[in-house]
Design a protein around this ligand. Structure first.
Ligand code: AMP
Length: 547
């Protein structure tokens, strides 16, 4: 017997329709590429998304067509999120930090019909335009006054495209399982892979990140996603804020510590989200000026492990860190670290150790770790193996790719991370399976070694990698960047490990460098570090008390 409840499709446009009726004048504030701050309400945003939808129709873009964006976090980009998906087309956010040939590959692989670009990326597109085979035209996201002279073929001005079009009209009916957005993994090895989100997965994910035990988004919050809208849809924040009626603040290209703190203060930002490298810059600026953002309460840290030193630094400022783990394939939220009644009652040192874990899944996601034979390992906090995931917003396969070994018969996705899960369900990433250091048959977590280095008062950022070793297979080395003005010798930093890890886990060498390479999504680029510093050492290497 079927239930007798209404089944309204979970579509992206329905989120905006809701915001218009109940949070229409809640602000969306953007620092623009052109310079000035732009502000309007969700009702204005919806009116312009409708104008865009009419314009797209006239350009011949319809259901199932893919439209690319190369843009910062700004109001026009949000209009594209809703306007493109609203008509049943697919919004393909392109990461401008990818290598140019990767951009060409993904635009051609997706067969993007049009590309909407911020002024910043016009020169980049001019170089690639001749190779973008399916693209019919380019739209520069600016007004007539700021239109650049460009060699781009079939170029249009965004504001001209919208001008005079109807601001009203019903969205077409779209199946909730239809594709809504497309994002490619950053692909440090091999080709980037496309993850095709549906309306349903996007709406459910936006609900889940809003939960009190997730990002805790409410109509009393002002949210600034530093995480770019071209990196897993800014972790879903531009869908969640109109859903809960939170004010949305978008920083445009201005991501340095000083600009972020100023914007946070001007707009009363309570919640922000981004990768650890961004927070290193922000914290460095706050320490220089001794002026933290006055209303900031929560910082979501994800995309890479949050070092304990970073949590301590925020805590001293009265700001809570919310450590989260996710992936492009998971829309991205997989697990999040929030206390429970039981963990809050633990002594401080145990609570601190627990805070380092990535956390527990919200409803909608299931996780397990499996051993080499595929058997599920116990939730005991020590057995580690491959982390597998399934859930309502986990990709079921890659876009335009044959089924891959990443997805097993039972419907679980292999994340490529190695992890433990404890009896409370808290998952901890030991390492990316490609980055784990195997010494004498034992595993050493590069994340653990990096966290210790960063706890040294002189160290700003650190990477631990494996160096091939004739005797032990691999040995860890640490490459560190010092804080501005700080001094420490490699030996001092190496000595800092004493007593913090087993003797055989201590790095064989510490190398001090000026900067570390990062991927297009702000993670340490370990393939490059291994190429630069991971040359095999001779037989002489002999870790004390080896396993
Ligand atoms: P991406 O798809 O580019 O977002 O990368 C996903 C990968 O980033 C994951 O598989 C992890 O290896 C890593 N990652 C994301 N969040 C965290 C975290 N909180 N701690 C450790 N690794 C993380």
């Amino acid at each position: 017997m079927l239930g007798q409840m209404m089944t309204l499709p979970l579509t992206i446009a329905s989120v905006l329709d809701f915001a218009v009726r109940f949070h229409g004048d809640t602000e969306v504030v953007s620092k623009t590429v052109e310079g000035p701050v732009h502000r309007y309400g969700y009702a204005d945003l919806a009116a312009r998304a409708k104008q865009l939808a009419h314009a797209l129709g006239e350009l011949g873009v319809g259901e199932g067509d893919i439209v690319g964006t190369l843009a910062w976090n700004g109001y026009r980009h949000v209009e594209l999120y809703y306007g493109i998906s609203g008509i049943g087309a697919v919004c393909h956010t392109i990461n401008p930090r990818l290598f140019p040939d990767q951009i060409t590959y993904i635009v051609n692989h997706a067969e993007d019909r049009y590309i909407f670009t911020d002024l910043t990326f016009v020169p980049l597109l001019e170089k690639l335009a001749g190779q973008l085979t399916a693209v019919r035209g380019f739209v520069v996201m600016t007004d007539r006054q700021h239109m650049p002279s460009t060699t781009l073929p079939n170029v249009l001005c965004y504001e001209d495209l919208l001008a005079g079009r109807p601001t009203t009209g019903e969205w077409p009916s779209v199946d909730e399982n239809a594709a809504a957005a497309l994002c490619y993994t950053s692909g440090t090895t091999g080709r980037p892979r496309g993850v095709l989100y549906s309306h349903r997965s996007t709406v459910l994910h936006a609900m889940a990140i809003s939960f009190p035990d997730a990002f805790c988004l409410t109509a009393r919050d002002t949210v600034l996603p530093v995480v770019p809208m071209f990196h897993v849809n800014a972790w879903g924040i531009a869908y969640a804020t109109p859903m809960v009626g939170a004010k949305l603040v978008l920083p445009g290209p201005h991501l340095d510590g000083a600009s972020l703190v100023a914007l946070m203060d001007e707009e009363g930002v309570t919640t922000t989200a981004g990768v650890p490298t961004v927070w290193l810059n922000l914290l460095a600026h706050i320490h220089e000026t001794a002026r933290p953002p006055s209303r900031l309460r929560r910082v979501v840290v994800g995309g890479a492990a949050c070092p304990p030193a970073m949590m301590d630094a925020f805590q001293q400022l009265g700001i809570e860190t919310i450590h989260a783990w996710g992936m492009t394939e998971l829309s991205p939220l997989g697990v999040i670290n929030r206390p429970t009644v039981r963990t809050e009652a633990l002594p401080t040192d145990r609570r601190k150790a627990l805070a380092l874990k990535q956390g527990r899944p919200p409803f909608g996601i299931d996780i397990k770790v499996v051993g080499a034979g595929g058997e599920e390992l116990p939730f005991d906090g020590t057995s580690f193996g491959n982390l597998k995931v399934r859930g309502h917003w986990v990709c079921g396969g890659y876009f335009r790719q044959e089924p891959m070994a990443t997805h097993d018969q039972a419907g679980w996705f292999d994340t490529g991370d190695v992890a433990t899960i404890d009896s409370g369900g808290f998952m901890q990433v030991v390492d990316r399976s490609k980055d784990v250091i195997k010494s004498g048959g034992e595993w050493i977590s590069s994340i653990d070694l990096e966290n210790i280095a960063i706890a040294h008062p002189a160290v700003r950022e650190a990477a631990a990698i494996a160096r091939p070793d004739a005797k032990w297979g691999e040995r860890p080395i640490v490459i560190a960047v010092l804080k501005p003005g700080a001094t420490a010798s490699p030996e001092e930093i190496r000595a800092f490990y004493s007593g913090k890890v087993a003797k055989w886990c201590e790095p064989d060498e510490v190398v001090i460098v000026d900067s570390l390479p990062h991927t297009a999504t702000g993670k340490l680029l370990k393939t490059e570090l291994r190429r630069l510093y991971g040359q095999a050492a001779g037989l002489s290497s002999s870790p004390p008390n080896g396993p």
